[in-house]
Design a protein around this ligand. Structure first.
Ligand code: GTP
Ligand code: SPV
Ligand code: MN
Length: 650
């Protein structure tokens, strides 16, 4: 066993000492957060065969990792909210009694770091010292986690110093769950290989995070989903603020008026892309504050103020190109870690739909050779000379569909530096939000954009969100539409019905509810009968953002329909719509995706009603819930459901 180092903060010492005794690592390293230390860990991983160093001229300080096949995405089936009472975790979460879970997991943790180094990572979620910022200590035996946390959060001495002797933090423990026997050689990606041996556990009442068996993204970088969404959503509920799966952007109009917009889209549904988008509309400027998580606090003036608690982007690689998202590609130019993408012979990286010709030969995400496609230079297959059709039919991709880049936010060419640092008018309040967007991947029914008629209607829209399941989660339901309220389904730290109520409370408790953001529902993913997208998306989404700004200013009328306020097609600005370009706005499609599909919506409303019933069923069965309304979907939302339903029947 290693000796527990000294810490000025007694709670930090106790946390490290406890896990040192349980996990029995060979060595303990406290992460200081310097660049030198970061690069030394990367180089050590290169030596161990866990990282591949990329060409340092093309990609300075960049590395590639390939994960185990069981460890390519979040594991929702192994994610638990362990509150004392099951009803507090609610109907959408896996639950286990906290004491039972701790006993069970302690068995797994026993001796789990043998032969490994235990790293202690002090980290901040948000700019250090900002009043909205929260702190954490993650213990991990994964150097991959250390270097990713260095990018995704603010780590090291500055955090420890800020914590001082008695500063509070969220204690996090993580292990890949792969102890090494004496002399045993490590593998490239250590983890618990069986899905059922992985645990991603939140204890919202103890405010602790215990993760075991996975080294991947949201399972292992505990500041991200586990802390900044699951634990933070519970803190936020208790303290009157909000922790949401939202990007934050700053939009400046040609008249130089600034707007701040957040958007909640489910995993792999376009947050990073919208957060860094290059507007097609001339004169409009977009800047990034965050691409995944927003913490929103009500201000004394009634507005909601947001910060991005993260420090980097853990972005989806496939599909990221100089056409679709040049700012993301530029963010990956240096200091970036790539996971599960293709390695090219010249020490660079490649993925599907990167807009770059594939190399003749490369190494795919599994470490096997791959080859350029015979009839499409932008594809790769597992054997030489395969045709596009053959590759497609085989289902093969050279970069995993959920392959990712971990890039420092400071690399982003359009970063709104002040907003990113939590400042607005030089004050550390976060930025005031003008509009909140909800969205999802919906091939049918859901229009391009729909404006809520009130805050409550907007909360209803969020609660009713549905989306196709994407490769961001290990699931056998990829491609199927599921309800994903507020894009938070995998991230609620407590009962979903209480979460809806909390959203409604934001209006009731606001100092001036007229100043709350306007709420919209957008869908960039409508498909025609032939399967093609009916809306070009990406930079063309600026056309929708402009309409939203005009609505905020009261400058444009809307079609007031049964489901909400929808633009008239003539009001969507089509300047710079190049009808010769591969992707452009097709006017007939635009009209189609601004219509109310009454029959489709009747089905939609029925599905939403069914999801509400499912949420309520748990409370009805729970004998500890005595009242007939507690822990159920709020009446106000049921009322909107009934109102929309009645309006559609007219
Ligand atoms: P997470 O990091 O998992 O939370 O994902 P995200 O919401 O940030 O999604 P991201 O922006 O990375 O986009 C995921 C996928 O959707 C990529 O393959 C994109 O190319 C695609 N995508 C994003 N925006 C659009 C759009 O406007 N239209 C279309 N058709 N595809 C889009
Ligand atoms: C998501 O799945 O929403 C992500 C990726 O942002 S992960 O960090 O793995 O959760
Ligand atoms: Mn996400």
């Amino acid at each position: 066993m290693a000796k527990t180092p000294k810490f000025a903060n007694a709670k930090v010492f106790a946390w490290v000492d406890k896990w040192n005794k349980v996990c029995t690592p060979d060595k303990i390293v406290v992460v200081t957060g310097t660049k030198k230390e970061h690069l030394a860990i990367c180089e050590m991983m290169v030596k161990n065969g866990q990282f591949i160093k990329l060409d340092q001229k093309k990609r300075p300080e960049c590395y590639l990792a390939r994960s185990h096949e069981s460890d390519v995405a979040r594991v929702e089936g192994r994610t638990f909210i362990c509150s004392k009472r099951e009803i507090d975790a609610g109907p959408t979460n896996h639950w286990m009694d906290p004491e039972v879970m701790k006993k069970l997991m302690l068995k797994s943790y026993k001796g789990c770091m043998k032969g490994r180094t235990m790293y202690v990572i002090p980290f901040a979620m948000g700019p250090i010292g900002n009043p909205i910022t929260q702190y954490g200590i993650e213990i991990t035996d994964s150097p991959y986690v250390v270097v990713n946390m260095n990018i995704m959060t603010r780590t090291g001495d500055a955090v420890m110093k800020h914590l001082g002797k008695d500063g509070d933090f969220i204690p996090c423990i993580h292990s890949v769950g792969a102890p090494l026997k004496k002399g045993q050689k490590d593998v490239a990606w250590p983890c618990a290989k069986k899905i059922e041996d992985k645990f991603i556990t939140q204890f919202p009442e103890d405010r602790e995070i215990w993760s075991f068996g996975s080294g991947y993204g949201g399972n292992a970088l505990l500041g991200k989903k586990c802390f900044a969404l699951r634990i933070a959503s519970k803190l936020a509920k208790d303290q009157g603020w909000m922790a949401e799966h939202m990007l934050i952007l700053t939009l400046t109009s040609p008249e130089k008026k600034q707007y701040h917009v957040t958007a909640a889209f489910p995993s792999a549904c376009g947050k990073t892309n919208l957060a860094m988008m290059q507007p097609k509309l001339p004169g409009w400027k977009l800047q990034t504050i965050g691409d995944d998580i927003a913490w929103l606090k009500p201000g004394e003036d009634g507005r909601l103020y947001a910060i991005n608690p993260e420090n980097g982007f853990f972005g989806v690689a496939p599909g990221t190109s100089m056409d679709s998202n040049p700012n993301a590609l530029k963010s990956c130019k240096k200091g970036t870690i790539f996971t599960n993408v293709v390695l090219t012979p010249d020490g660079d990286i490649w993925w599907e739909d990167m807009g770059v010709k594939a190399p003749k030969e490369g190494i795919d995400w599994k470490g096997n050779p791959c080859y350029v496609c015979a009839d499409d230079p932008y594809r790769m297959g597992p054997k030489p000379g395969m045709t596009k059709k053959e590759i497609k039919e085989s289902g093969y991709v050279a970069a995993h569909k959920n392959s990712r880049f971990t890039a420092p936010a400071e690399n982003c060419p359009v970063l709104d530096k002040a907003g990113f640092n939590g400042l607005y008018n030089k004050k550390p309040t976060g930025v005031p939000i003008d509009a909140i967007l909800f969205g999802g991947r919906r091939p049918s029914t859901i229009p391009l954009v729909n404006e809520a008629k009130s805050w409550t209607h907007g909360v209803f829209m969020g609660s009713a969100a549905g989306s196709e399941v994407t490769a961001a989660v290990i699931s056998d339901q990829i491609g199927q539409v599921r309800r994903d309220p507020m894009a938070m389904l995998p991230f609620f730290g407590y009962n979903v019905a209480d979460y809806f109520q909390h959203w409604l409370e934001m209006e009731r408790t606001s100092a001036d509810a007229t100043k709350l953001p306007k709420i919209y529902f957008v869908n960039w993913f409508r498909k025609g009968e032939d399967g093609r997208f009916m809306w070009p998306g990406f930079g063309d989404n600026s056309r929708v953002l402009k309409w939203i700004c005009q609505r905020i200013e009261g400058q444009v009328e809307a079609n007031e329909t049964a489901i909400g306020n929808i633009p008239f097609a003539k009001d969507i600005d089509l300047t710079n719509n190049d009808e010769k370009a591969k992707f452009h706005v097709v006017k007939a499609d635009l009209e189609e995706i601004l219509k109310v599909d009454v029959e489709g919506w009747k089905k939609e409303i029925a599905t939403v009603g069914a999801s509400y019933d499912e949420y309520d069923a748990k409370a009805s069965k729970d004998t500890t819930v005595r009242s007939k309304t507690a822990r159920r979907v709020p009446k106000a939302l049921r009322q909107v459901l009934a109102d929309v339903s009645a309006a559609l029947a007219k």
